[in-house]
Design a protein around this ligand. Sequence first.
Ligand code: ZN
Length: 132
Amino acid sequence: MNKIEHIGIAVKNMQTANLVFEKILGVSPYKEESVPSEQVNTSFFKVGDNKVELLEATGPESAIAKFLAKKGEGIHHIAFDVEDIVAEMARLKKEGFVLLNEVPKSGADNKLVCFVHPRETNGVLIELCQQI
Ligand code: ZN
């Protein structure tokens, strides 16, 4: 694991949340991207070396829709930057962690991603991401 790549925040409404985070961070999103396979819209803010990702559901089957229904708005995941996502996935699996996808999938912001089930991680959904 290299560093925290970004923090993902689940929001009900991207437009209003973008305005809130623009006020907080003093910058506009550098990127807005839809990920149809995950039924989410995302927007990304840069704060120094760090990033904040806002996630809005676009359909009822979206993991974000389910998260919002269960927990409401808030921090959804922490993403760690990795050099070799396949190797990290194998390492964590061997350690007994449960991966939510068995092969890396394409995520937003030109990344290969894999999520680790929060049950074994003290309730924190962890995203591994490798820059493509
Ligand atoms: Zn993320």
